[in-house]
Design a protein. Structure first.
Length: 359
């Protein structure tokens, strides 16, 4: 291990953590600079597993590692460009317009008939996000709890890659998803993502499915919980405030706290040297300056393809929630935040809905 200076300028936003073996970048402008810099690679899984997993995960769960390494968010150009292009049309404005009416129906179906006391995570955020991503992927016949279970297993592992037990559970979920996809393909069932990857290796199709499932379901479910909590924490709220609530939540509490990068060469930042091969954790918390772009969905070539979908379903859900339940209140004493430090969100968000609007 090469020698590093222990000096970190005050408020520099760049810190080397020797006990963890990586850098953190926190200051928003510096985060944007790193995310836009081609000297930092997105292909970080192998390095992360080597640093934290000590080779055990790769030995015990080779199928999982192979599938995750095929996610295009793990790639740099030109591979990243080619893979991203295959999915780009699937999240176009035309596709969003096609899905919007069904997303409205999903939201209404979930909100209809809710009892007065609910958990907004398990009874609103999770079923809405799972059904919407099922619609997008062509997995509408798969139970929402199953989709969320698969996604949750993957997210738990990605938030703690040193946990072999998490890796085993994530591999089990990926294998189950793979069997479902292969069954749909062999029986000629409609599967929108599989159709895009019909000329590719089946593992590439599985990789696309798991990436979209994790990115779409987890991001949306966590964001929905955050915006419901934020809206009910305000002294006054109404559907007119939806855009501001969503943007403020994304700035201060992005669903994914950090993305990782690897320095491909020595890089000088803030009077410090990040060495080639160093792991860098870049914060997606964008600060409170509304003039600066939100970082929650990344930026540049890795800007999240699913951002328009996530924003659409979140705005539809929050608007309808606030319209229907103007007297809703949070039971903050019973709310539980997500224990996984890689994410912002709630494990449980108890709410009393109160009087319903008749409008």
């Amino acid at each position: 291990m090469h020698q590093r200076s222990s000096y970190t300028p005050p408020d520099a936003g760049l810190t080397w953590l020797p006990e963890l073996g990586y850098w953190t970048v926190e200051e928003p402008e510096l985060c944007r600079a790193v995310l836009a810099d081609d000297q930092f690679s997105s292909s970080t899984l192998t390095t992360s597993l080597g640093s934290f997993g000590r080779g055990k995960v790769e030995q015990d769960c080779p199928y999982l590692v192979d599938i995750l390494s095929r996610w295009f968010v793990e790639m740099d150009p030109p591979e990243h460009t080619d893979e991203r292009r295959m999915l780009q049309g699937h999240f176009s404005r035309g596709m969003l317009a096609k899905w919007e009416s069904r997303i409205v129906e999903i939201v209404n179906e979930v909100l209809d008939g809710l009892p007065d006391e609910i958990d907004a995570v398990t009874e609103i955020a999770q079923p809405v996000s799972a059904q919407v991503i099922g619609l997008v992927m062509g997995l509408e016949d798969v139970d929402s709890d199953v989709l969320h279970g698969w996604s949750n297993d993957i997210s738990r592992f990605l938030g703690a890659v040193y946990r072999t037990d998490y890796a085993v559970k994530a591999q089990w979920s990926v294998e189950n998803m793979s069997r479902l996809i292969e069954s749909q393909i062999s029986s000629g069932q409609d599967n929108r993502l599989a159709d895009i990857y019909q000329d590719c290796d089946i593992r590439q199709s599985v990789a696309a499915h798991t990436m979209v499932l994790f990115g779409g379901l987890e991001t949306s479910a966590r964001l929905i919980g955050q915006v419901i909590h934020a809206s009910l924490s305000l002294p006054v709220n109404s559907p007119r405030h939806v855009d501001a609530i969503v943007e403020d939540s994304l700035r201060g509490f992005p669903p994914l706290k950090y993305v990782s990068r690897i320095a491909q060469s020595d890089v000088e930042l803030q009077r410090q040297t990040i060495r080639a091969g160093d792991l860098v954790m870049v914060s997606l918390t964008g600060g409170r300056d509304v003039a600066s772009p939100v970082l929650a969905f990344g930026m540049g070539r890795h800007f999240c393809l699913g951002m328009p979908l996530t924003m659409l379903e979140t705005r539809i859900l929050l608007s309808e929630f606030l319209r229907r339940f103007p007297a809703a209140t949070i039971e903050d004493a019973r709310a539980r935040k997500d224990a996984n430090q890689a994410y912002h969100g709630f494990e449980s968000l108890p709410i009393r809905l109160g009087a319903r609007s008749c409008a």
